[in-house]
Design a protein around this ligand. Sequence first.
Ligand SMILES: C[S@@+](CC[C@H](N)C(=O)[O-])C[C@H]1O[C@@H](n2cnc3c(N)ncnc32)[C@H](O)[C@@H]1O
Length: 385
Amino acid sequence: MKEYKFIAKTFSGLETELADELISLGAKDVKPLLRGVSFLGDIALMYKVNYQSRLSLRILMVLQSFPVKDERDLYQNVNKIEWERFLDPFGSLAVDAVSFHQKLKHTLFISQLAKDAVVDRIRNKEGRRPSVDLIAPDLRINLHLDQKEATVTLDSSGTPLFKRGYRIGTIEAPINEVLAAGLLALSKWNGEKALYDPMCGSGTFLIEAAMKATNTPAGKFRQEFAFMKWQDFDEKLWNRVKMEIYQAVVPLKAVIKGSDISRKSLSMTRRNLQESGFADQILLEARNFLKQEENFSGTVITNPPYNERMSLEDMDAFYRNIGSTLKHTCIDSDVWIITSNMEAVHAIGLRPAKKIKVFNGKLECRFLKYEIYSGSKKNVPTNNK
Ligand SMILES: C[S@@+](CC[C@H](N)C(=O)[O-])C[C@H]1O[C@@H](n2cnc3c(N)ncnc32)[C@H](O)[C@@H]1O
């Protein structure tokens, strides 16, 4: 099968984990970029990565890169691409452009020019031109111009891949599904140790963990990917790729549990667990973590609330209590906390064994690891403020 270059987009901080994931899925020549990873593979791999990657936000297929001096270069090179392979004359398209070019600066103009190059080609070949649909096109084309070169890519995913399709109920600040999966990858949780999210909100960590541990494809609950609308969509190949993926699904071995102080959050988690099919396999409890007495050993992963309306004193006390509860009830555990509140990090009062910078969209966060082991020096408290 012919090989293509692809770019998988992700959040800043997850590039290396995504590169490892892509290698495990069979990608070749894998290279981390900023907020993305480039790789080579065939169409079967493109189907597979869209369905299985937990850490990709979308997969772009690189169609062509060419030097560009002026409008003519742009029109002619875009017009040369075999668009009839992707787009039906009765179909619709949208072109999004980004430009750092000195001459071709106006992105609206550039995208219209590229659109003309596409529709002119199809009209010449098929006698009818596709239409423009900026909201829900059959084909979304991306054009990236740097100072000298243009790159044309196709979005093969459509709706971003974090929209897994299992989250039917949500709370105020749910963590993004791709970020949750990326943090699980960074934590190196292997799907065997017990895992606990004591502030589980709508249950994203719990569901992502269960899907990872069972090899359940990330796209299981999605109905659609953009490549399904391409003219050359190979349904047989798609079904074969999915069948192979399902042959690798295994039962859940690890204990996964979640709790939350809010009944509303718990009822959201319950609905989402039901939707994802893990309702009978994940333990859920209503509980104020700060009053927890029961012990837990394994991996704790959580994102505590960061309420800007809370006073600094209250916030300090809240995070100090989290630190002290962890120290007393999560002995023999690796604890991972994500927060965008740098003050809170100090208030926890435990010395982090690792601090990883990650971004939740534009929001800079820290993903902190605390090793809480009996007799270990690593859980020595730092000076609480
Ligand atoms: C930022 S949200 C977690 C979001 C979650 N990761 C998700 O994806 O939906 C924080 C959660 O902490 C819960 N929470 C706040 N204080 C708590 C406490 N003392 N004990 C347990 N849960 C608490 C809130 O009810 C909220 O659901």
